[in-house]
Design a protein around this ligand. Structure first.
Ligand SMILES: Nc1ncnc2c1ncn2[C@@H]1O[C@H](COP(=O)(O)OP(=O)(O)OP(=O)(O)O)[C@@H](O)[C@H]1O
Length: 294
């Protein structure tokens, strides 16, 4: 059996009296693109920081590329790509100088000009960092995260602040890196991003994984029912939730002579499933808190 790229069990982290991570498990295979979704404060960033080796944990087993990040050495660090939110690259250097400079830290870096064009900054290659817009700056951060040709890329909300075109370009970059075999773990608030990129997803709420699987699997497991809607001859709008929409439509076809007025068949989107899961979780913790108060 191949070793997991990321293996986390029973992870816990508290900040004072706030429990940020509360028994979280993750098993991420080499070469996977793995998305972590969850509401604000769910513990996503804390988890990613622990995987990066930048935050201590209170309990749990964590293995990243076969090592405990808490004691990852320089060689381990060179195999893990990290995108910093506020990279302290010198503002006076140009984009190309910065990327070239960072490439020297790694044993087998990618070509700086290739990376600059992969993130769509080729026209800014000769410009100083201080002249970049916020979104361009974030793209430079991504370039610095991938310049070392990491085996594993850990990304915390990588496309926040990107315009739609930059987001699409970033998705292409992720797909390219994934095709090359890079394992990618990313947190995101954008469901369409998770759906577009991730082979598998974990939905995290209140510090633990509440659902996990391929986007299509999650939709199936947590939102099987389709809604069939139509308009009756008396003008009344009708709808029916069903596991067997084809049978429902066949029944309607027998009732209606010709077209069924305003017929639609819809399935819950990943967003519907996600909001349902999060809502359920929040109701559960509210009930638990009530129970504690009694
Ligand atoms: N350095 C810190 N000190 C104290 N509390 C913290 C610290 N970092 C995070 N927390 C708290 O831990 C909880 C989890 O935070 P975390 O940033 O991991 O969540 P998140 O899922 O990444 O949220 P977001 O989507 O808003 O980025 C929150 O309640 C947060 O307020």
């Amino acid at each position: 059996m191949t070793e997991l790229a990321v293996n986390v069990s029973g992870l816990r982290k508290r900040y004072g009296d706030v429990t940020a991570v509360n028994g979280l498990d993750l098993a991420i295979r080499p070469g996977e693109v793995f998305g972590i979704l969850g509401p604000n404060g769910a513990g996503k960033s804390t988890t990613v920081e622990i995987l990066q080796g930048h935050r201590s944990r209170d309990a749990g087993e964590v293995s990243v590329l076969g090592a405990d990040p808490a004691s990852g050495d320089r060689r381990w660090r060179s195999r893990v790509g990290i995108v910093w939110q506020d990279e302290s690259a010198p503002a006076e250097l140009t984009v190309r100088e910065t990327v070239t400079h960072f490439a020297r830290y790694y044993p087998t870096p990618r070509d700086p000009d290739e990376v600059i064009s992969l993130v769509g900054l080729q026209e800014k290659a000769g410009k100083r960092i201080k002249a970049l817009s916020g979104g361009q700056r974030r793209r430079l951060d991504v370039a610095l995260g991938v310049i070392g040709a990491p085996e594993l890329l850990l990304l915390d909300e990588p496309t926040t602040g990107f315009d739609p075109a930059a987001r699409r370009r970033f998705w292409e970059l992720i797909r390219l890196l994934a095709d090359e075999g890079t394992t990618i773990v990313l947190t995101t608030h954008y469901l369409e991003e998770a759906e577009a990129l991730a082979d598998r997803l974990a939905v995290v709420a209140a510090g633990r994984v509440v659902a996990e699987g391929a986007p299509a699997q999650l939709r199936q497991a947590h939102g099987v029912e389709a809604t069939v809607a139509w308009t009756d001859p008396d003008g009344a709008a009708r709808s029916l939730m069903t596991d067997t929409p084809t049978r429902t439509v066949a029944g309607l076809m027998r009732r209606f002579d010709g077209e069924i007025p305003d017929l639609t068949v819809t399935r819950p989107s990943l967003e519907d499933v996600y909001l349902g899961l999060i809502g359920q979780r929040q109701r559960q913790s509210a009930t638990a808190t009530e129970g504690e108060r009694r």
